[in-house]
Ligand binder design. Structure first.
Ligand SMILES: Cc1cc2nc3c(=O)[nH]c(=O)nc-3n(C[C@H](O)[C@H](O)[C@H](O)COP(=O)(O)O)c2cc1C
Length: 201
């Protein structure tokens, strides 16, 4: 009952971002929560920013599902993998790639396509960005706490990347004004930060 209500609320929440007409939906594989991983302290000890990506090595849907779940997935107790102020769950996570722009729905473990546009050039400004196969962009309408939420999410992705031998770096150097329109954000919403991820070169 509670889950159904949450799903309806999230669908309404997404409606502002979704384009008119039938949305293209991709249901992601279930994240594997039992995979072996180095101990948390080892992950913290070896986390680092990496700016070199193998552009020929794509991220498969299983890995993408786990990246997104680490960033902002639904965990036990109907919570998220990151805390949000007053449990508002008001972070949004977008996935940008050559095939367009998608928004993550953690309730349904799905991606919904909002545009066919390749927007990676808005993120670039540093050439290595073009080599990464997956780009996460965190957005919010919460001027007070949105940045905190994004920070929690990108650190989770750093730790997942460290465990899986993936390369990632968090980036503030992007054209967030252009992204605002490309992501179909409302006036109150803003793009906070970008996180490319892929296999290291
Ligand atoms: C808020 C924030 C913005 C950042 N913006 C960029 C950026 O635009 N480009 C970039 O190459 N690295 C960026 N970084 C990564 C930092 O340069 C990096 O975290 C720092 O050099 C420390 O390296 P480490 O992450 O390996 O510990 C950013 C980091 C943070 C936290």
């Amino acid at each position: 009952m509670k889950n159904k209500l949450a799903t309806k609320i999230f669908a309404a929440f997404l409606a502002g971002s979704a384009s008119a007409g039938a949305a293209e939906i991709k249901t992601l594989p279930e994240p594997d929560l039992n995979q072996p991983s180095p101990a948390l302290m080892q992950l913290l000890n070896t986390r680092k920013s990496e700016r070199s990506f193998d552009k020929d090595k794509k991220i498969d849907d299983q890995t993408l599902s786990e990246i997104l779940w680490a960033a902002y997935g639904k965990n036990s107790y109907d919570r998220r993998t990151v805390p949000t102020a007053m449990n508002q769950k008001n972070l949004k996570v977008f996935v940008l790639g050559e095939d367009g722009v998608w928004i993550y729905n953690p309730e349904l473990n799905q991606l919904e396509k909002i545009s066919d546009e390749n927007t990676i050039s808005y993120l670039a400004k540093q050439d290595y960005v073009f080599d990464a196969p997956v780009h996460l962009v965190y957005t919010s309408s919460d001027k007070r706490w949105g940045y905190d939420h994004a920070g929690s999410a990108y650190q989770n992705v750093y730790l997942y990347a460290t465990a899986k031998g993936l390369a990632t770096v968090v980036r503030g150097f992007a054209d967030f004004d252009a992204l605002h329109d490309a992501l179909k954000l409302s006036e109150e919403e803003f793009a906070i930060i970008h996180q490319p991820i892929g296999y290291p070169k």
